[in-house]
Design a protein around this ligand. Sequence first.
Ligand code: FES
Length: 151
Amino acid sequence: MAIFKLQINGRSYEADVEPDTPLLWVLRDSLGLVGTKYGCGIAQCGACTVHVNGNAMRSCVYPVSAVGNAAVTTIEGLAKGDELHPVQQAWDEVDVAQCGYCQAGQIMSATALLNKNPNPSAEEIDNAMNGNICRCGTYHRIREAVALAST
Ligand code: FES
């Protein structure tokens, strides 16, 4: 076990865990940030997506020891107080979610895309989002919401 100091959603946290513990489990089990979901555990579904220094990362295979001083953002860090992030507002407007399980990861991938490319083409949206699996098949609404949130 070792103590890791983490910067998450603009706040400092400490976790006493094994160095190879995936960031996902530190977030969920040590820090109580349970918005990030476990789907497959092998970097194949995208449910666990968070941002590390602004890049979309699969937290299920990202060891806590690799985080260092990087800024981590989770779904809990997107809204500003009561004001939803524009991508969350678009998600709400389009009514994207069906069962909802994959949606935090979908939104984190979408926000990472739009932070880098505020006005992506349909093809760019599909390329950025195609690693996020939705078992309900809400892909058409995901595309629509990402396009709505783009400028
Ligand atoms: Fe990490 Fe599926 S739980 S990609």
